[in-house]
Design a protein around this ligand. Structure first.
Ligand SMILES: Nc1ncnc2c1ncn2[C@@H]1O[C@H](COP(=O)(O)OP(=O)(O)OP(=O)(O)O)[C@@H](O)[C@H]1O
Ligand SMILES: [Mg+2]
Length: 307
């Protein structure tokens, strides 16, 4: 499938000499929700800003729906809606005027029915005549979302959309994201709430110090993370795992002194009781046992700091 965004060998060093991005290669698929995770300063906003034409790239190439972000900037930009991490708004304009104006900037014909629906979906319709400086922080964020969607983009970037946002806005936002995805909009988001990525994303990318260190399907990642291990320290070392125990996912480690059983926490039965019974029947005794589980958070932290 043709990627909707194709990033090739992208790099960026700011004037300060700081290498914010080092050779990024990444394809975003049409219609997916892609979550970009990474610690503060990893380069998430820089990457998004380059794709959206706000920051100049150093080296490399980015295509948005086939349009080069530099040589074909207007076409590329018109496909994109961006809800930036930092909020900035025209304070003295009314909500509706701001959203209408933004749509016009992208050369789209006026469509009051669409804008009304958009503001209603974001619970902003009652506030349409309020000036933006009169709004609360959460409402201002809703206005940023309305502006980002004013020209009906095919691709939506959400840079930390739920930082400092209340439960209700968060829920509204995710409902809206799901609705957009159903209509085929591609969504790229950053978040520091890992459980949010866990719930929403189709694929997860992890960025650290300007490098993409992992891109994986969420289901596959969850499958890996959904596993637990039980380690049994054996009384007597084993030379090999008895054939009768082949139906358990067992591994012999530590020169045969320990047996590691890996099981799926998402399954109803762990199989531990049966395994222990089977071991006892075969006279395999153990002196100690430990269990361990890796959470998405732990994996994320070890990925980012283990380098
Ligand atoms: N305009 C700029 N001039 C110089 N350096 C910058 C500029 N913008 C960002 N940087 C640096 O580039 C690096 C990446 O910053 P970036 O904002 O992309 O990180 P981020 O992953 O979005 O972090 P956060 O999670 O805090 O939003 C940081 O070291 C930052 O200090
Ligand atoms: Mg950022």
């Amino acid at each position: 499938m043709q990627p909707v965004i194709s990033i090739q060998q992208l790099s960026k060093t700011y004037a300060s000499g700081h290498p914010a991005l080092k050779t990024i290669n990444l394809d975003i698929h049409k219609g997916e929700i892609f979550a970009l995770l990474g610690p503060n300063g990893a380069g998430k906003t820089t990457l998004i800003s380059i794709i959206c034409g706000i920051v100049n790239p150093g080296g490399g190439k980015v295509l948005v729906d086939g349009h080069d972000i530099i040589s074909d900037y207007r076409a590329a930009r018109s496909k994109i809606g961006l809800v930036p991490q930092e909020l900035f708004n025209e304070g003295f304009e009314s909500v509706l005027a701001t959203v209408k104006f933004t749509r016009g900037l992208f050369g789209k014909a006026p469509d009051s029915a669409y804008l009304e629906q958009l503001l209603r979906d974001l619970s902003l319709w009652d506030k349409r005549d309020a000036r933006i400086f009169e709004l609360s922080g959460g409402m201002k964020r809703r206005v940023m979302i309305a502006k980002a969607l004013s020209h009906q983009p095919q691709i939506l970037f959400l840079d930390e959309p739920t930082a400092g946002v209340d439960v209700e806005l968060r829920r509204d936002m995710w409902n809206m994201v799901r609705g957009l995805r159903e209509r085929g909009v591609t969504i790229i988001l950053t978040t520091h709430y890992i459980e949010e990525a866990e719930e929403m994303a189709d694929r997860i990318g992890v960025i650290s110090r300007g490098e993409i260190i992992l891109v994986e399907d969420k289901q596959a990642l969850m499958h890996k993370l959904g596993k637990k291990q039980l380690t049994l320290q054996l009384q007597q070392p084993l030379a090999s795992i008895p054939e009768q125990l082949n139906h358990y996912t067992l591994e012999l480690v530590d020169d045969g002194h320990a047996l590691v059983y890996t099981f799926d926490t998402q399954r109803e039965h762990t199989g531990i009781a049966e395994l222990l019974k089977d071991l006892a029947q075969r006279g395999i005794d153990f002196k100690d046992l430990q269990s361990s589980q890796s959470s998405l958070e732990e994996i994320f932290v070890s990925l980012v700091h283990g380098r």
